[in-house]
Structure formats: C-alpha cells, structure tokens
Design a protein around this ligand. Structure first.
Ligand code: AKG
Ligand code: FE2
Length: 173
C-alpha cells in the first residue's frame, strides 16, 4: 500500500512536470494493478558468457526496484552504451506520449556473489484504455502512439518474448 502511494505520487509529479492534467494519470493508476517480481541471480564463474536478465524496458506506469544486497548488476542503456547503475529511473512511454521514456535495461551476473532484487510495478487498471494523455495532445504535439485496451496490451506483451522495446513498436503511429 505504501509503494502504491509513492508510485501514484511520483506519477503525479511527472504529470505536473509535463503540464498534463491530473485526471489523465489518476484514471489509469488510482485503482491500478500492482505486481512484483523477485529476481535471483546465482553467481556464475563466467559472467561474460551469460546474461542475468535480458535487455528490456518495463511495461508499466512506474517501477521501484529494491536491490537486496550490495552486488551490482543493473545496467541501463544510454546513448547506445551500457552503464552500471543502482537506481532505476523508469517511466511509462505511452501515457507521456514519448516525453518520459522507459529506459532499456538489463541485469548482469557476478562471478562470485549471488544477487537478489525485487521489482515492484504499478500497472494501469485492467478495464481501461491506454494511449497518449488527452491533455498532452495538441496540433503541435500529435499522438505518437495508438490507443490500446490494457487487456490487449498485456496479452500482446506476454505473447512475445521479452526483447528490447518490441512490444511498443506495434503502437507507434
Ligand atoms: O535485477 C535487476 O536489477 C533488474 C530487474 C528488472 O529489470 C525487472 O525485474 O524488470
Ligand atoms: Fe525491468
């Protein structure tokens, strides 16, 4: 419940920064669906030969990631280069019409130490539609994505392999 409050508050700050109407965010996330993934990365003697979690961007509104021990592993892709990083700055690319990009990231493994992380996601509620927020659409900033029901968004997401931003490409206008 605390995570949900923080996630909504953060999304509202994003809305404010973008001069987006509060209701465009609230309608999706106020009764949004929370989910959690617990990742366990065992040590691997040849870490360069494997990948802990393949490169992807999260398909939710906002993610908070807890790294349980001090072992680094998360990397984000910035200007084509993988950068090791601790915090996970993530955002929902569709609602903000591409202004807040959901960054591509991956996790690598360590040769000696295990690593644990817990990712918590705030998704929009199932019975609504996602697309660029109406308050962000003007003649100068037309929509960059088509609208899709949340149910179809998740059906498409889980029917393809986790790969870069492949689930988003189908919504580009
Ligand atoms: O373990 C990590 O650092 C990344 C986890 C992650 O990206 C995810 O669960 O979506
Ligand atoms: Fe992720």
């Amino acid at each position: 419940m605390e995570l949900k409050k923080i996630a909504i508050q953060t999304l509202l700050y994003i809305a404010k920064a973008l001069k987006m109407e509060t209701k465009d965010m609230m309608v999706l996330f106020n009764e949004g669906m929370q989910s959690m993934r617990i990742n366990y990365y065992p040590p691997c003697p040849q870490p360069e030969q494997v990948i802990g979690l393949t490169q992807h961007s999260d398909a939710d509104g906002i993610t908070f990631l807890l790294e349980l021990n001090e072992v680094e592993g998360l990397q984000i892709k910035k200007d084509g280069i993988w950068i090791p990083i601790k915090p996970l700055p993530d955002a929902f690319i569709i609602v903000t019409n591409g202004q807040y990009k959901s960054i591509e990231h991956r996790a690598v493994v360590n040769s000696k130490k295990e690593r644990l992380s817990i990712a918590t996601f705030l998704n929009p509620k199932l019975d609504c539609e996602i697309g660029p927020a109406p308050s962000l659409i003007t003649s100068e900033t037309p929509p960059k994505y088509t609208r899709v029901t949340v149910v179809d968004f998740f059906k498409n997401l889980f029917s393809t392999e986790l790969k870069r931003k492949s689930n988003l490409v189908q919504y580009y206008i």
